[in-house]
Design a binder for this molecule. Structure first.
Ligand code: ADP
Ligand code: MG
Length: 418
């Protein structure tokens, strides 16, 4: 019956085919339907799309979705149409027929979701078009693209604030980038500095075991870690290309299936490694951070860092490639004074403006803080992202083996009285 089917729960099942909301989704959906400005920060794979697609079906008129990639938009539009939802996209990738179909659906007031590339906002025609329609909501996917210091900066995202003002409708922004600086930039640029209702959760990956070790014999430490997990798929991240090659060789000599991967390799060779890793069980890829973006292997059982990553965000992303299937996965991160010097130098010698460099040093410092933590690493890691974990996780090296706090009173007293 129409009435119950139009509730969020009803639509979740009938249109999207899901039995229940994922953590966080329901609260976001309710806030968006209630017409509040919202900012939702959820990790990749957390289910952000649903948080604007479902409200779009409950709200009258049209939801405009701004998304940075044509491929992403087409994918979502296809999925929605297959589910029987009236959705369309206006992008430079459209055929003429596709565009005409979208205009026809708009004219007939049928369309529920209109995906638009941000470049579209540059022309007055887009605004005129949207003004002729009843727009209830602007949804901004990958909202961190508005951040000028981020790697994904898209200048046209800066026009979204104007669009919101011109249409006078609520805006819901979505991103997986949780750091404070980016969040502040999103609020300034998309919401005119007026704080939206903010949702932040889902960053915990409880199946991933966290551990750090000071570097003393780095190669032996990595070989030992790999040996204990022989036959399982893993990634070892290194700070340099030369090191990936040397360490892969050492692993092969120790009887592992291993190969190296870095940005200096021919594209064909890189693709061959990616394909092999995807296909084979138990391969170890020793890589620079160039390896990962396109990796979608659910059963990576471990990730080791032979060198300290460059930031706490980098660390989180890289270890997050392990255990996507939810089964137990393990990580080990080595760090030493030379890592810290290297990472500092990389920031200082980079071309970023001074305030960006200061922020990068801050992200490195946060990672050092995590490396030298004395209590639950997960509490500290999630705390960095703004998420509160109420109790120690019990599943990191520090929870399992609390460090013996050295009581300095006696030696100090002796030293003073000597
Ligand atoms: P994000 O944009 O946060 O990276 P997506 O919106 O692409 O995540 O969703 C990731 C996957 O989770 C998709 O395959 C989606 O169909 C699935 N998904 C989303 N919400 C639910 C849910 N409530 N129940 C089951 N699967 C879901
Ligand atoms: Mg997404």
């Amino acid at each position: 019956d129409g009435l119950t089917a139009a509730t969020p729960e009803g639509l979740l099942a009938s249109v999207f085919g899901f039995q229940s909301f994922r953590p966080g989704q329901e609260d976001i959906v309710r806030a968006v339907i209630a017409g509040r400005d919202t900012l939702a920060i959820m990790p990749t794979g957390g289910g952000k799309s649903l948080c604007f697609q479902l409200p779009a079906l409950c709200l009258p008129g049209l939801t405009v979705v701004i998304s940075p990639l044509i491929a992403l938009m087409r994918d979502q539009v296809r999925g929605l149409r297959e589910a029987g939802v009236e959705a369309g996209a206006l992008t430079s990738g459209n055929t003429e027929e596709e565009t005409e179909e979208v205009f026809a659906a708009l004219d007939e007031k049928r369309l529920k979701l209109l995906y638009m590339a941000p470049e579209r906002l540059a022309s007055g025609a887009a605004l005129a078009l949207l003004r002729r329609n009843e727009v209830s909501l602007i949804a901004v996917d990958e909202a961190h693209c508005v951040s000028q210091w981020g790697h994904d900066f898209r200048p046209d995202y800066l026009r979204i604030g104007d669009l919101k003002r011109a249409l006078g409708v609520p805006l819901a922004a979505f991103t997986a980038t949780a750091d404070e600086e980016t969040r502040t930039e999103i609020v300034t640029r998309l919401f005119d500095g007026r704080a939206p209702e903010t949702f932040l959760r889902g960053f915990d990956r409880p199946n991933i075991h966290l551990a750090f070790e000071p570097k003393n014999q780095p190669r032996q430490q990595i070989l030992r870690f790999a040996e204990a997990r022989k036959g399982q798929s893993g990634i070892v991240y290194c700070a340099s290309r030369a090191k990936t090659e040397a360490l892969a060789k050492a692993l092969v000599e120790a009887g592992h299936a291993a190969c190296h991967y870095h940005g200096g390799m021919e594209a064909d060779d890189r693709r061959a490694v990616e394909a092999r890793f995807q296909r084979e069980d138990g391969l170890i890829v020793v890589a620079t951070v160039a390896f990962g973006m396109g990796i979608d292997k659910p059963d990576i059982r471990w990730v080791a860092h032979a060198d300290l990553p460059k930031s706490i965000e980098g660390y989180y992303q890289e270890i997050g490639r392990a255990g996507r299937d939810g089964a137990p996965a393990e990580t080990l991160t080595l760090y030493g004074p030379e890592d810290i010097r290297l990472r500092r130098a990389q920031i200082d010698e980079g071309l970023a403006p001074p305030d960006r460099k200061a922020a990068d040093h801050g992200r490195l410092n946060a990672l050092l803080g995590l490396a030298e933590a004395t209590a639950c690493r997960r509490v500290q890691l999630l705390g960095y992202f703004g998420e509160v974990l109420e109790t120690p996780c019990g599943h990191c090296d520090l929870c399992e083996t609390p460090p013996e706090l050295f009581d300095a009173t006696e030696p100090v007293r002796k030293a003073l009285s000597a």
